[in-house]
Design a protein around this ligand. Structure first.
Ligand SMILES: Cc1cc2nc3c(=O)[nH]c(=O)nc-3n(C[C@H](O)[C@H](O)[C@H](O)COP(=O)(O)OP(=O)(O)OC[C@H]3O[C@@H](n4cnc5c(N)ncnc54)[C@H](O)[C@@H]3O)c2cc1C
Length: 513
């Protein structure tokens, strides 16, 4: 081990090799769980340095676990047994914009927020342009575990917005997945193989993404629905119509969580300022603010379920026209409410990671599944039956849930359950959130009983999702995968893993590999 650390320090510089217990304890956590302590956390600053470090680890026979922004909660970069080298991609932060060819090449550690800032200065964006966690989440992390949100109705998930990767394999070799710089689909889709792999096939070092112009003109539209069946009926039509850039739904519990967060004059003023700054037409920005002011917090309590749409257009007329069509599509199932929430999200697409704790400071973990539309309503009923069965214990232990929904193309419906329980924070929460923010929240003592019960509820929800045939993004170690593959598919996956990483050193255990 001393040799390994010395060699890594020599290759990367002492500052890029962390061995202090405090930092290693932080790196042993994701948002949800605490794993074993890594031997070291390294931060290579160039692709060549990353290759060198990987060779050193491979020679020592030590497991390597890549980490981007660390904003995930599916045990994807933590290793229960510890003893690994954690590879923090954060210093691979180069952004090269090629306007002529409409391609941007980024280091894997570039955050979606930094990419947005760099591209926006040139009037450009990527089709999918990041998760809500984009202040921390990296392009490499999102591509490695499949991610959706901004731009997803119009352009799909992260994997649909990539041309190619440069991946450092367990041997230290660099594999480029696209045979032609201009496109991804030259022969079998080797780029696709590395999307959603959770780093089990190698470490993404560079990513090439296509570019589009930013459409400055937008309409934001919100609808409330009285039941989940109404919500789903309206939103299914919106998904198929594909008129918005992105939309998301919240039930009342999560919407009220939002209210708890946005309360306070300082926050309101900040939001107002951001709304004004983003408005291409200042008069319209002012009118929106007045409307938001008059509506107050009502839109967040307007129905059992709410959906918030962001519609973009080449000009104001284009955006207005699409919004009008969208209203026509959805209004048979719900009623329009004030557009405060999507207006806020459009002006602050990447908020600080406050949601890693619940509105009252509780612990938080989301669990999701993607269904075919014909399963959504039945799953919702089964999920509520599960909650009813467990109500007495959940109430006793202070465990509660909220739900949110997103489109996955026209045919997939993502149902996400946020699970909360009262428990102590880990060094992940204490390092990620600012001390002043944490000081304003209730401080829960360690609560092993509530934690064990929350774990049990999470397992039960995953089993129920599987029963309904759900698929999952962000598999990590949290969702079953191999059990869903046919025998030939499973054997192909194993053969690819053995070819790319014969000693099984690259993020062992994720995807069940
Ligand atoms: C407040 C909050 C909001 C969120 N909002 C969304 C959302 O809107 N949509 C959504 O889909 N998800 C969301 N997430 C989940 C998560 O943030 C995203 O999925 C995000 O893409 C994770 O990126 P990351 O860089 O933090 O990856 P990490 O958490 O660091 O890693 C994720 C996985 O990818 C692997 N990995 C990381 N970097 C590399 C690399 N360079 N090469 C190979 N493998 C690598 C890791 O080993 C791990 O398995 C949210 C999370 C939080 C906390």
């Amino acid at each position: 081990m001393t040799d390994l650390l010395d060699n890594l320090r020599q290759a990367l510089g002492t500052a890029a090799v962390e061995t202090g217990v405090d930092r290693l304890s932080y790196f042993a956590n994701d948002v949800y769980r605490t794993g074993g302590l890594p031997l070291a956390a390294i931060r290579p600053a160039t692709v060549e340095a990353l290759q060198h470090a990987v060779r050193i680890c491979a020679d020592a026979g030590v497991a390597m676990v890549p980490r981007g922004g660390g904003a995930s909660y599916t045990d994807g970069y933590i290793r229960p047994e510890g003893g690994h080298v954690l590879i923090d991609a954060g210093a691979l932060d180069e952004i090269v914009i090629d306007e002529t060819n409409a391609v941007v090449t980024v280091g894997a550690g570039v955050t979606w927020a930094d990419l947005k800032t760099a591209l926006e200065a040139k009037g450009l964006r990527t089709p999918f342009w990041g998760p809500f966690s984009g202040l921390a989440a990296t392009v490499g992390g999102s591509m490695s575990q499949n991610t959706l949100s901004h731009g997803s109705t119009a352009h799909g998930i992260s994997a649909q917005s990539v041309i190619g990767f440069d991946v450092v394999l367990a041997s230290g070799e660099l594999l480029t997945t696209n045979a032609c710089d201009a496109m991804r689909f030259y022969g079998p889709d080797m780029t696709g193989l590395f999307t959603g792999d959770c780093g089990v096939f190698g470490i993404k070092a560079r990513i090439r993404l296509p570019l589009l112009p930013v459409l400055k003109h937008a309409e934001t539209v919100s609808f409330a629905f009285d039941s989940f069946a109404d919500y789903h009926a309206g939103v299914r039509l919106a998904q198929i119509a594909k008129l918005d850039d992105s939309h998301f739904g919240l039930d009342l519990a999560l919407s009220q969580g939002q209210i708890a967060r946005q309360e306070g004059l300082a926050n309101r003023l900040k939001i107002a300022l951001q709304v004004m700054q983003k408005a291409p037409d200042k008069l319209k920005g002012l009118a929106t603010l007045v409307r938001m002011g008059l509506a107050g917090e009502n839109p967040m309590r307007a129905g059992a379920y709410m959906c918030h749409f962001i519609v973009e257009g080449f000009d104001a007329e284009d955006a207005r026209h699409k919004a009008k069509q969208l209203r026509r599509v959805v209004s048979a199932h719900g009623r329009e409410i004030a557009n405060t929430v999507p207006t806020f999200v459009r002006s602050v697409p990447f908020a600080p990671l406050f949601n890693i704790l619940g509105p009252g400071g509780e612990r938080w973990v989301p669990i999701h599944g993607v269904f075919a539309h014909d399963k959504a309503v039945a799953f919702n009923a089964a999920f509520h039956a599960l909650l009813a069965e467990r109500k007495a214990d959940m109430d006793r232990l202070g465990v509660w849930t909220g739900t949110m929904f997103s489109p996955v193309g026209p045919s997939g419906f993502l149902y996400e359950i946020a699970l909360y329980w009262p428990d102590a924070r880990t060094s992940y929460h204490l390092t990620t959130l600012d001390a002043a923010y944490i000081a304003g929240l209730k401080d829960f003592p360690a609560n092993a009983e509530a934690k064990a019960y929350a774990d049990e509820v999470k397992e039960a929800i995953v089993a129920l999702l599987q029963q309904f045939g759900a698929g999952h993004f962000q598999i990590g170690r949290a969702y079953p995968y191999q059990s869903r593959l046919s025998a030939p598919a499973k054997s192909l996956l194993g053969a690819i893993k053995r070819e790319l990483d014969p000693k099984g050193l690259m993020n062992p255990g994720v995807l069940g590999l």
